[in-house]
Design a protein around this ligand. Structure first.
Ligand SMILES: Cc1cc2nc3c(=O)[nH]c(=O)nc-3n(C[C@H](O)[C@H](O)[C@H](O)COP(=O)(O)OP(=O)(O)OC[C@H]3O[C@@H](n4cnc5c(N)ncnc54)[C@H](O)[C@@H]3O)c2cc1C
Length: 492
């Protein structure tokens, strides 16, 4: 990235802003070592997307410094943005501030204005997706966040009071073990679960269909008839990409008789909801979430306009796919509205949360409390039963035991993905909620680390003897203005 004068000036402003709010500067967590004498991490964050970066930033602000972030992707390729997010701009309004956690000079707007000017910001409609990626890369660099790429978490288990993790280095294939006191999974929107397709997809050879989360060679679609199932934003983005790739026709099929045009997530973007949703009782949380999560998100107006530029674009509402057949390289789609034909299918059918589908979590899935353990759905109107498979998280995004006493170590594993939504509302994997959710998560981490070490802190306090001033004739070491009680100077 070429640094303009504006960006350099901004970086100086950030250093200054952060130094103003850096108090207290003391590192405060005592070092721990494993049996081999290796330092135990205080926190391992898995996932260096926007969520993992924001968490690392907040941990460092709270002087939790012995942390590591790992990501399986190449640096700069984290998250969906350059992979399968097939939209030219973010869907959120440009004013949404996220990873900056309310430090104005770190916000996307400040970064954008520093390079392109205030007038350009005013004229900007939505944030171009590539610029969002460049912003995240800059955010990570300017804050010196400790991210290691091409490192994949492949499993974890309890080890005394800590968690032992297995990490595969994707460059060398080597597997290493680390011990960490806290493990945070910021592993992406579809986790812990999997991208879902209806079972009828299996009736068609895989060469003929794709899920929106896959890498797709759109050149295949030239002069072909494409059928897209789903009425969410990703289904629509993929339909547009197929149209742009000169498909002879693209039809979007959806189950409901009317398109979802209302964006309920816009309604809920207010501090009361975003900050306090998790404090509601189960009944209220279920009521809100079963309404919100059974609705599809409306696609933005820009996406709608992009699709409707093409005469080849059609919508079949109220036409759920009941069956599929392939004959002579043509797919017949049986719907409640009749039979349609296509050359290729795209499933924009989202993902389903299910711990058993997560490689890292499946060995522990039977131990983890789900909504089905805490909430009894008594009437059909109570919403879709698949919401019961969301984990039922504790107040700091930590997993809870299904059976009390069976796996107390789960309190040290925190989930910061869409899987947290039933318990916290928009939180993990939501830009608009980050500034509420990340501090809450980090609050729980610092609370737990402090309470676990309480004997140490008491001992440290009672042995702290540095006077503020010396008596006449006395030569003694005085308390410095800012001290790291554990003997290590900490900067900002
Ligand atoms: C197509 C699409 C478009 C979206 N558009 C918007 C939008 O416009 N506005 C908005 O507010 N939200 C949007 N979202 C929702 C949300 O903002 C994004 O999903 C966002 O990327 C979530 O950030 P994250 O850090 O939680 O996860 P991600 O950005 O997905 O990052 C997770 C990271 O974890 C890594 N990882 C996963 N498993 C492992 C492992 N075992 N070991 C090591 N690393 C691992 C992955 O490599 C990945 O880089 C969109 C989501 C999608 C899917």
């Amino acid at each position: 990235m070429i640094k303009t004068g504006g960006l350099l000036k901004l970086e100086k402003r950030i250093a200054h802003d952060l130094s103003i709010i850096s108090y207290p500067v003391n590192g405060w967590i005592p070092s721990k070592f494993d049996e081999q004498g290796k330092r135990v991490l205080d926190v391992l964050v898995v996932g260096g997307g926007q969520g993992g970066l924001a968490i690392a930033f907040q941990l460092l602000r709270e002087r939790v410094q012995n942390i590591q972030v790992i990501d399986a992707a190449e640096a700069g390729q984290e998250g969906p943005w350059l992979n399968y997010a097939r939209m030219p701009t973010l869907r959120s309004p440009k004013e949404v501030n996220g990873p900056d956690l309310n430090i104005p000079s770190l916000a996307f707007q400040a970064w954008y204005e520093a390079q392109f000017g205030k007038l350009s910001w005013k004229k900007l409609n939505k944030i171009p997706t590539e610029l969002w990626v460049n912003y995240l890369k800059w955010f990570r660099k300017v804050l010196s966040l400790p991210v290691q790429n091409r490192m994949r978490l492949i499993g974890f288990e309890p080890l005394q009071d800590n968690i032992k993790v297995k990490i595969e280095c994707l460059k060398t294939g080597n597997v290493q073990e680390e011990i960490t006191r806290k493990l945070i999974l910021a592993t992406g929107i579809e986790t812990p679960g999997k991208w879902s397709v209806p079972p009828i997809a299996q009736k068609i050879p895989k060469d003929f269909w794709f899920h929106t989360s896959e890498m797709i060679n759109f050149d295949l679609f030239e002069n072909k008839e494409i059928a897209v199932l789903g009425a969410g934003a990703s289904a629509m983005d993929n339909a547009v990409r197929a149209l742009e790739a000169r498909a002879s026709g693209v039809t979007l099929y959806c189950r409901r008789s009317e398109l979802q045009r209302v964006q309920p997530f816009k309604w809920l973007s207010f501090p009361g909801f975003l900050r306090h949703f998790s404090e509601l009782n189960n009944e209220w949380r279920w009521k809100f979430m079963s309404y919100l999560l059974t609705l599809r998100e409306a696609f933005p107006k820009e996406t709608w306009d992009r699709a409707n530029r093409f005469e080849e674009f059609n919508i079949q509402a109220g036409a759920d796919w009941e069956d599929l057949h392939l004959k002579d390289e043509k797919i017949s789609i049986l719907t409640g509205k009749g039979i349609f034909e296509a050359d290729f299918l795209i499933f924009g059918t989202g993902f389903s949360i299910d711990l058993r589908h997560s490689k890292e979590l499946s060995p522990h899935a039977h131990l983890i409390a789900l909504w089905s353990d805490k909430f009894k759905r008594t009437r059909k109107e109570d919403g879709e039963s698949n919401l019961l498979s969301y984990p039922y998280l504790g107040d700091g995004f930590q997993f809870l035991e299904r059976l009390p006493g069976s796996a107390p170590w789960l309190k040290n594993v925190h989930l910061f993905s869409f899987g947290a939504t039933m318990s916290f509302g928009p939180s993990g994997s939501s830009i608009n909620a980050m500034k509420f959710a990340v501090p809450r998560l980090v609050h729980a981490i610092t609370r737990d680390l402090f309470l676990e070490d309480i004997d140490h802190h008491f001992e440290s306090m009672t042995s702290y003897k540095l006077p503020e001033f010396s008596l006449p004739g006395e030569e003694t070491e005085l308390a410095p203005a800012t001290t790291d009680f554990y003997g290590k100077k900490v900067g900002t």
